[in-house]
Design a protein around this ligand. Structure first.
Ligand code: FAD
Length: 515
């Protein structure tokens, strides 16, 4: 790998003036690239919305020691440069970019480059069966964590909907999906981290050892350290999943059924609860439509033209082979309590890995249609439960009404008690809050979707809906302070302590010139 990199780099590309020549004297210099091809590859992200100056260089580390050497060098330098670890670059607002700095392309530690079963992951995904945990490199893809843990009949408890994301990338945000109501986000399921702080120091931290750094890094938007290993809790992996979708026309009934299902006191429950908003124009060509047969889709489309907005509650129940009749009974008793439209309870039985990796199938469908590599002006927000009906009225029934767009609109509740307040993640101050994700693709320009996003935030501000952005993006210090609220002072103190020269993850634009 290293040899081939050197041969690609050649010696024709001048060393950037923004970087000290001394960097070339370090052992890792053979893994640093400054050629336009390498820089281009890390100058954009999944969102395709952010235009920022290219980085000066890219480091393709072979191990965490390379990363620590780079950070130490910058920290000690009279001309420090910024450093952004890049997982998959699946951010949508330039969060993994490092304008004129150095991007650390974490994928090189996977060995295979592109990931998803690429070589090299076995060595950095190590399952401890008796301890029921897995040690994984921060660069690893969740899909590879899944395949390795399944070999032992185990799996992480909390997921994201899409598995081609890195462990370090999702733990820097929170990592949410339909299991979060029960197990909390992925950041609630971590026992220990290896972190390279902004000083270049390598630290192993956990709830009991260096807890301040541990909780700072979880949900810390890459501001305090680079995660090179995470120890993640495992549970027994089921073999099968009964996957259910239920259609509603009334938002109050839909949300009260969702909330009923995420109650932690329940005996019979789903292992996964999500939901989405069906706006008519987003029924086809989105990640969620492949569940429905053509006939059902036509029926839903007819209903949608009668009622306007429809809602789809999504639940999943895990089970093992031989337990199908028990699942039938349990499911029947759950469904009896719910008030979906008669005849619109749709079920699928799928293998557990297929269920978890469901978005990949849709990605592979959308790619050849040219609908994946397009701009993604996504908006993800957490809405307090007490305001979700007003939000529905103003946003789904008004702002988004009849305006064509492609991509799912997700809405599902979570329990605050499952989030650890000591982490850097921020959520609304209510026992239950909704994750609302407008995951839209811009096929005909981004402008009007961006304008809609702004209108939605304005609407929330005007009504005093105390929302929090997930995967946040702000450009002013005032907005960041408001976002973190009571956690802001702690966030700043932690930055001073762990990254005093403001080297890490500059693309988040939190500390542009603050300290
Ligand atoms: P990047 O985008 O590369 O990085 C994100 C941030 O983390 C950057 O600031 C970067 O500098 C920093 N970072 C990266 N690696 C490290 C590391 N090792 N240590 C410290 N900081 C690091 N999120 C959910 O929670 N649930 C979902 O269901 C979900 N579905 C998604 C589906 C799709 C199709 C996409 C594109 C994204 C989805 N996301 C979801 C969002 C996802 O969690 C974020 O994009 C996240 O940033 C992970 O992407 P990444 O691994 O490519 O990280």
């Amino acid at each position: 790998m290293v040899t081939s990199l050197i041969s690609i780099i050649g010696h024709d590309n001048p060393w950037p003036r923004t970087l000290s020549q001394d960097l070339q004297t370090l052992d890792l210099s053979a893994r640093i690239r400054v050629d336009p091809l390498a820089l281009d590859a890390v100058s954009t992200d999944f969102g395709r919305l952010t235009r920022a100056p290219a980085p000066s260089a890219v480091l393709h580390p072979s191990c965490p020691r390379d990363i620590a050497a780079l950070v130490r060098f910058s920290y000690a330098s009279r001309r420090p440069f910024t450093i952004a670890p890049r997982g998959q670059g699946h951010s949508v607002r330039g969060q993994a970019l490092a304008p004129r700095g150095v991007v650390v392309d974490m994928s090189s530690m996977r060995g295979g480059g592109g990931g998803g079963g690429g070589g090299g992951h076995e060595a950095r995904v190590s399952v401890q069966v008796s301890g029921r945990y897995v040690d994984v490199g921060g660069e690893q893809l969740w899909v590879d964590v899944l395949s390795e843990t399944l070999r032992f009949g185990l799996a992480p408890r909390s997921w994201t909907d899409y598995l081609y994301l890195t462990v370090g990338g999702t733990l820097s945000n929170a990592g949410i999906s339909g299991q979060a109501f029960m197990h909390g986000p992925q950041i609630s399921n971590v026992y220990e981290l290896d972190v390279i702080a902004g000083t270049g120091e390598s630290v192993t931290c956990s709830e009991n050892n260096e807890p301040d750094l541990f909780f700072a890094v979880l949900g810390g938007l890459g501001q305090f350290g680079i995660i090179t290993r995470a120890r993640i809790a495992l549970e027994n992996a089921p073999q099968m999943v009964r996957w259910v979708r239920l259609i509603y026309t009334d938002v109050a009934i839909f949300t009260s059924d969702q909330e009923r299902l995420i109650s932690l006191d329940r005996k019979e429950r789903f292992n996964y609860v999500e939901g989405s908003v069906l706006l008519g124009h987003n029924l086809k060509n989105n990640w969620r439509s492949s569940f429905f047969s053509r006939e059902v889709l036509e029926r839903i489309t007819r209903l949608s033209s009668q009622h306007g907005v429809l809602y789809c509650l999504e639940g999943a129940k895990y089970y093992d082979h031989g337990m199908a009749s028990q699942v039938d009974q349990e499911l029947e008793s759950i469904l009896q309590e719910l008030r979906f439209l008669p005849g619109l309870a749709l079920q699928n039985d799928v293998a557990y890995p297929h269920f978890l990796n469901r978005v990949r199938k849709d990605e592979l469908k959308l790619r050849p249609m040219g609908l994946w590599d397009v701009p993604h002006p996504w908006l993800s927000i957490f809405i307090p439960r007490s305001r979700i009906i007003e939000f529905d009225q103003g946003v789904f029934k008004h702002i988004l009404k009849n305006k064509g767009s492609i991509g799912p609109v997700l809405i599902y509740p979570m329990n605050k008690i499952k989030w650890d307040e000591r982490t850097s993640a921020v959520i609304p101050d209510e026992d239950i809050f909704y994750s609302v994700g407008l995951l839209r693709s811009a096929v005909n320009g981004t402008e009007y979707l961006e304008e809609q996003n702004k209108e939605i935030l304005r609407f929330c501000d005007q009504l005093g809906i105390g929302y929090k952005q997930y995967l946040p993006h702000y450009t002013s210090h005032g907005d960041w302070m408001k976002h973190f609220g009571p956690k802001w002072d702690m966030f700043v103190q932690r930055k001073r302590r762990y990254d005093p020269k403001l080297l890490l993850s500059p693309g988040q634009r939190i500390f542009d010139s603050y300290l």
